[in-house]
Design a protein around this ligand. Structure first.
Ligand SMILES: [Fe+2]
Ligand SMILES: [Fe+2]
Length: 351
């Protein structure tokens, strides 16, 4: 366990479930009973005690917690079902940092927990961090299995809602700030594209089903890069002609991986193969033009180029939004102008 883990001490896990779900949205959560000895638990960030103090085992469990070395660094929030002054006093005497009524909304408990454990962070910051970890785990597994074999599209789906929820609840700029911290170039890029697509789709008012479809396509669109040599993938600066030819194979390779894996929808397949096609026919791998490029592909292509422009590398700061949007606007004829304008509005107005 790391310091971010929150322990919920509960004598009724069924009753504590809404609280555990709310905590899980911001941090890893572990539920333990009043028989917990505390010596077998590693570091943790805080404890929320949802127990009835009138039971002797509950008191002795809190006493064992209070005597644990380093306990003072992890706050204890006690939820009391009796709101008498005596109950609050007893909880404080047993080491509670804060006492709250057990009848308050779980989100209120989470708010107090966040203020105590991560005073420099907001609930939204933590939600985004958590969602990125979930989406990131999906990306890591996807890229790893694609190196040598098929991918599991059902597992990919586990990464979709974390992206959509984080963009909806936390906003695009928070997502970008967190994702920029990751060094792996393909990992960072795919999460930048996914967050950008989710924000664009949200601003276009697309349905939840369409947002999920586009986010799935964004997560996997560069899966073919898992088979491109690292020397080319991670080369700082421009690729030469031979290297560029190898790099460009990632689109048909990605399409092959997904086709062979099965369970992939036609839009994701089309996006994976065609996200580098341009409306004027100058793109790759098939030199498609205008009507042959489906709308979702055009939309993904815009987000893909934007994400590549604003990526953060050890030698390169993210390009400012306005400069990246100017470059997209100058690609008139290659990208769909109306969609680029809508994209600019979406990015500039995104929280
Ligand atoms: Fe690509
Ligand atoms: Fe890409």
């Amino acid at each position: 366990m790391n310091r971010g883990v929150i322990v919920v001490l509960s004598d009724r896990p069924d009753r504590s479930k809404p609280l555990v779900d709310a905590i899980n949205a911001v941090a890893e959560c572990r539920v333990v009973g009043t028989d917990e000895t505390w010596d077998r638990i590693g570091p943790f960030g805080g404890v929320v005690a949802d127990i009835t103090l009138s039971r002797p085992e509950a008191k002795s469990c809190l006493r064992r917690l209070a005597s644990r070395p380093g306990r003072q660094r992890a706050p204890l929030i006690y939820l009391t079902r009796s709101e008498s002054h005596a109950a609050f006093t007893e909880a404080r005497n047993l080491g509670a940092t804060i006492c709250l009524s057990a009848h308050v909304e779980p989100r209120m408990v989470v708010g107090s927990l966040v203020r105590e454990v991560w005073p420099e962070k907001s609930v939204a910051d933590l939600v985004v961090t958590r969602e990125i970890k979930r989406a990131g785990a999906t990306m890591t597994n996807l890229l790893k299995s694609a190196e040598t074999g098929p991918v599991d599209m059902k597992a990919v789906d586990g990464g979709i809602d974390p992206v959509l929820d984080a963009i909806h609840d936390g906003g695009l700029s928070r997502w970008l700030d967190e994702v920029w911290a990751y060094d792996d170039v393909t990992f960072q890029h795919c999460l930048l594209v996914s967050g950008t697509v989710a924000a664009f789709a949200l601003s276009l008012g697309l349905s939840q089903a369409d947002r999920q479809l586009l986010t799935r396509a964004a997560l996997v669109h560069d899966v073919g890069k898992s088979r491109i040599p690292h020397a080319i993938l991670n080369k700082p600066g421009r690729l030469d002609d031979d290297e560029r030819a190898v790099m460009q194979t990632h689109a048909p390779i990605g399409h092959e991986i997904l086709s062979a894996s099965g369970g992939c929808d036609p839009i994701t397949l089309a996006v994976t193969r065609h996200h580098h096609e341009m409306i004027d026919g100058s793109g790759y791998p098939d030199g498609l033009s205008a009507a042959a490029i489906a709308d979702p592909v055009r939309l993904l292509t815009i987000c893909d180029i934007y994400a590549a422009l604003i990526e953060r590398r050890p030698y390169k700061k993210p390009m400012p939004t306005r400069d990246a949007l100017s470059i997209l606007a100058a690609m008139d004829g290659k990208l769909e102008g109306g969609l680029v304008q809508a994209f600019g509005r979406a990015v500039e107005s995104a929280p």
